[in-house]
Design a protein around this ligand. Sequence first.
Ligand code: TXA
Ligand code: MG
Length: 320
Amino acid sequence: MTIQNTKTFRPDERGLIEAVDALRGGGLVAFPTETVYGLGADAQNDNAIANIYAAKGRPQFNPLIAHFSDISQAKRHVKWSNIANQLAETLWPGPLTLVLERHSKSNLSQLLSAGLPSVAIRIPAHPIAKHLLVNLGRPIAAPSANISGQISPTRPEHVHADLFGRIDGIVDGGACQVGLESTIIDLTGVPTLLRPGGIPADIIEELILTRLAIVQSSDAIRAPGQLASHYAPRANLRLNANTKGTNEIMLGFGPVECDLNLSTTSDLVEAAGNLFSSLHILDGDNPTSIAVSPIPETGLGIAINDRLRRAAAPRPANNQ
Ligand code: TXA
Ligand code: MG
């Protein structure tokens, strides 16, 4: 991971222009939302998203929330529903995240949703978050701006302590008002509470006149690869392959002969950014088996290998 000079952007016109420019250039900028500080990147830029995982030191590709400036922008990326509309009209902007089926035409990064067929979306209420979204004119991916496994930051000093030298900048917007992450509701099936948060679940239940199903784990998707719905290619995966066998298609890494290369220069950040989109592309050709080059177990290579091993593991019958 390259060490960077992390700037502090003042929350004035000039500072916010610089922050938007950094985001537009594929940079990482931490910014306040009403819940906690988010570590933002252009949600359509695979490489920028890969850098989020690298900066946070996430050992797995846990999917990220895509933040939008308004409902019409958000709706384009998912299969919208009546319940989603009801919650969005009443509680957005605010500390509510909705998980919905991803629209086939969505150009959000595949790495953002960690290859899942769903995507988590939210419209934050904080004026600085809103300003960045409106002026960037694109959705922003933002997990909480902390090192993986640490607590979420509610002040710029917290972000500074965790991520200084790892990201391009921090917008100093003082303390976050809610101080607790957004409530996450999964609407891809029976409405389910995935994470309690800034909006109490009973307010949501009163609005939709339904009891929410509860996921037992406190962090529902800590291991998204364990979910039955998690994306796995239809083809079998053969890992640590040096050459491709008959009837195989090859996903390479480094200077090797292959059908598609994660990174010809062996750059793990580039490879992470290409991982899910490459699997989708190769799987689209309906091969029986995809051979994958060895990936080093360092930096983002750990998360890439974790994901590849899950995708290669024998699947339960309902996950074919
Ligand atoms: O308040 C918040 O939600 C903050 C601010 C910055 O918006 N963000 C935040 O992001 O807490 P993060 O990445 O720390 O937590 C997001 C949670 C993760 O546990 C992730 O697994 C879950 O959302 N998530 C994201 N996409 C999902 C999906 N498609 N299906 C299920 N869960 C998802
Ligand atoms: Mg977090």
